[in-house]
Structures are given as structure tokens and as C-alpha cells.
Design a protein around this ligand. Sequence first.
Ligand code: SAM
Length: 222
Amino acid sequence: MSAWPLVHEAVLDPTIEPFVKVHGEPAYSYYGKMPEMNGLMRKAMSGVSVPFMTSVLDSYNRFKGVKQLVDVGGSAGDCLRMILQKHRFIYEGINFDVPEVVGEAPSILGVTHIGGDTFKSIPAADAIFMKWVLTTWTDDEYKLIMENCYKALPAGGKLIACKPVLLDDSNESQRTRALLEGDIFVMTIYRAKGKHRTEQEFKQLGFSAGFLHLRLYRVLDY
Ligand SMILES: C[S@@+](CC[C@H](N)C(=O)[O-])C[C@H]1O[C@@H](n2cnc3c(N)ncnc32)[C@H](O)[C@@H]1O
């Protein structure tokens, strides 16, 4: 009886995520209040990110010269742990996520967990890593996170953002289908205006936050 009217309401108001309609608040603050959900999310991210990062680190090696690295939205710290294990010259890792997530993260050699909010400020370091964080936000939110990244970096510092890139023209490929299906997931759970983006969209948003040079490295073929 209750499920159908809720689904119809969400469809009729495309500015509000169905998750908010059902739970009364955005997904991340909801997870934060529910330790079980929070734990599940951390486990899920580790489960997909560890094998994914193994492939990424096989082909992306541009960490040379980095001594301090902050992972923004780093969850339990698995990505940072793997980067530090491979690139021993990075002597300080900062795993930055919301307090409820880092509060339960395991201790990792060389890594400090710091709780905070990407929309307020990001700890300073000479490079930033950020994987699977920006897709869930609107263009304005994306820009705000990028501006905070910019402020956290020294002159010549670099932001390494790892995320899928949408092709300009959608086609029938498995890749396009997976990304568009991912958009539906993002729009349902996180932000009605969150989405995967094209190279041009990344360039424009990065440029508007002060990042003048964007280089794309293809790390996985699928
Ligand atoms: C999709 S997960 C990605 C986790 C990790 N980067 C990975 O690839 O395994 C997004 C992460 O962003 C974090 N996050 C969401 N909102 C945040 C905020 N306002 N400030 C800091 N972190 C946030 C979430 O807690 C979550 O760990």
C-alpha cells in the first residue's frame, strides 16, 4: 500500500532523491546515524576498491615527488594503504572522511585518520587523491569540493581524481550502459542532480575552481 505512492511522489518531484523521500534525510547523514549501515558501507567500499586499486596501481604511477598524500572521502583507508605500500617515498598519509566513518577505521601504518567535511575544508598536503567521491554531487557541490582541494594544495600541488569518464556520445557499449545505470543509482540514492561526467565537463568544473591543467590517464579498459 505505501510503496507505490512513495515511488510516484519521487518521480513527480525530480529535485528530491527517492532516498530522502523514504528516509527523510540524505544518505550519508543517514548512514552516519546508523552504525550498522556505516559499517556495511565501509565494508562494501573495501570489497570493491581493493581489487580495483590493484589494477589502477598497475598502470598509474604518477606519485613521484609526493611526500604527503590526503585521500579525500577515503572511507576505511584501503586505497591510501595500498598507495603507501607501493610508493614507500610517501611518508605521510591522511585519510579524510566524515567523523563517523574514520572513527571506526582500522589503524594503518603511516596513516592518520582525520574526520571532517569536504564542504568545509580539506587537510593540507602536497597531493590529494580522491576516488569515487565527485559523482554523487551536483555541479555546485562538485565545484565547492574542488575549491577546497585547491586551497589545501601548495603551488604546483596535484589532485588525482579517480572516476569514470562518460563518452560524449552514448552508445550501446557495456561501458556506457554501466555508467548510465550508475547515474540512475546516484540519482536515486545520493543526489537527483548527481551524475557521471564527460571530459569536457570535468575540465570546465576543474577550471572554475582554479585547476587550469587537466590530464586524463586511462587506467582500466572495459
Ligand atoms: C563512494 S565512497 C568512496 C570511498 C573511497 N574513496 C573508495 O573509493 O573506496 C564516498 C566516501 O565519501 C565520504 N563522504 C561523503 N560525504 C562526505 C563529506 N561531506 N566529507 C567527507 N567525506 C564524505 C563517504 O563517507 C564515503 O566514504
